[in-house]
Design a protein around this ligand. Structure first.
Ligand SMILES: Cc1cc2nc3c(=O)[nH]c(=O)nc-3n(C[C@H](O)[C@H](O)[C@H](O)COP(=O)(O)OP(=O)(O)OC[C@H]3O[C@@H](n4cnc5c(N)ncnc54)[C@H](O)[C@@H]3O)c2cc1C
Length: 336
């Protein structure tokens, strides 16, 4: 046994680390266990985009409202954790901009038609890699390197065993393992939920060009500011979890992205991440139905946007506090 935290979080993606930081700020001692290396969260573009996601995914007013409320948690969360929040807005350069702006207005977002499309001030952005690093350094969070191989729980506590035999115990466990398969020893009802998560492969490519300093989106492509240039993405490949970049796809999308930016440039590294999703596209956040076991999983293509909301719902559940209104929509047991 190496330590006795109050809470063990398995997985150091955006959901695991946001939840760990939220719990630590509330006074819990949190250990996060992760093997390290890239994950979907580090690969992501970091858009916090309730407006254009609602437009592109044709969301209902209720769904759009949930994304906007998730976005609204970001300023306080970023400030509490020392994360840089970029509130420069985003542009949509697609057909029928006037109709799109009107649709966004109906959904409660600010949008104005421009000479090239539309601009909304409602979509923001963070830089994934430095934000993950800052969350992992949050006071009260201790990140240990390891892959959890086996779990065992009784009425009092969870036993968490890494591949190399190290073992931890805690009364409360948060499963934030992304699109990974169920860990051995999970109660069957939870293993079934985890294994029902569908992988959605995504790849994007870094290009060292000067961009406009905000996200540009168009049908089938976006270019988002990133350290040293932009990232151009991204694919949505349902059912795939292979991690090798597809150079032909990257070349075509980079060409579309550069055309969108109106510049020339050489493609840099292509990165692949696997998003996890369930049927309604919303995360599984909160109590699992098993004592002391909570889920922070499956945020589909909006894990960064939804991170602070998932963290708050899971932390409220652990503390037994009154759930926020949006908790019901993310309840892991909502499918019955
Ligand atoms: C190309 C791309 C672009 C994207 N762009 C955006 C965007 O602009 N905005 C946005 O909001 N979202 C975006 N997303 C989606 C977002 O990245 C995901 O929704 C989010 O990262 C998922 O976070 P997670 O914490 O659930 O999973 P992950 O980031 O995958 O983290 C899970 C972690 O669990 C660890 N783990 C798994 N099994 C074990 C185990 N047994 N023991 C220990 N650790 C384990 C893994 O190693 C991993 O580190 C994008 C995704 C992709 C792929």
């Amino acid at each position: 046994m190496t330590s006795s935290p109050d809470v063990i979080v398995i997985g150091a993606g955006v959901l695991g680390l946001c939840t760990a930081a939220e719990l630590a700020e509330r006074g819990h001692a949190v250990t996060v266990i992760d093997p390290g290396g890239p994950n979907a969260s580090s690969v992501a573009a970091g858009m916090l985009a309730p407006a254009l996601e609602s437009l592109l995914e044709d969301l209902t007013p209720e769904q759009a409202g949930l994304l906007r409320r998730a976005r609204d948690l970001w300023p306080a969360f970023a400030e509490a954790n020392g994360l840089a929040l970029h509130r420069e807005g985003a542009e949509w350069r697609g057909p029928e901009a006037a109709a799109a702006a009107s649709r966004l207005g109906d959904l409660g977002f600010e949008a104005r038609v421009t000479s090239t499309g539309l601009f909304t001030s409602d979509d923001w952005r963070i830089d994934p890699a430095p934000s993950l690093a800052a969350l992992a350094r949050a006071p009260g969070v201790s990140l240990v390197k390891g892959r959890v191989a086996r779990l065992a729980g009784d009425a009092r506590r969870w036993r968490v065993e890494a591949e190399d035999g190290r073992t931890w115990f805690a009364p409360t466990l948060v499963l934030a393992t992304g699109a990974a398969a169920a860990i051995a020893g999970l109660p069957r009802s939870v293993a079934v939920m985890v294994d029902a998560i569908q992988p959605i492969r995504g790849q994007l490519t870094h290009v060292a060009v000067e961009g406009p300093g905000r996200v540009l989106r168009a049908p089938g492509v976006y270019a988002a500011p990133a350290p040293g240039g932009v990232v151009i993405g991204a694919t949505m490949e349902l059912g795939r979890r292979d991690l090798d970049p597809d150079p032909e796809e990257a070349e075509a999308r980079v060409a579309a992205g550069l055309a969108l930016l109106g510049v020339e440039g050489e493609a840099g590294s292509t990165r692949v991440g696997i998003r996890g999703a369930v049927a309604d596209g919303l995360p599984l956040a909160g109590a699992s139905g098993q004592p002391g076991l909570f889920l922070a999983l499956a945020p589909r293509r909006n894990g960064w946007l939804l991170g602070p909301m998932v963290a708050r719902i899971v932390a409220d559940g652990i503390e037994g506090g009154a759930p926020m209104a949006d908790a019901a929509a993310l309840d892991p047991l909502r499918f019955g």
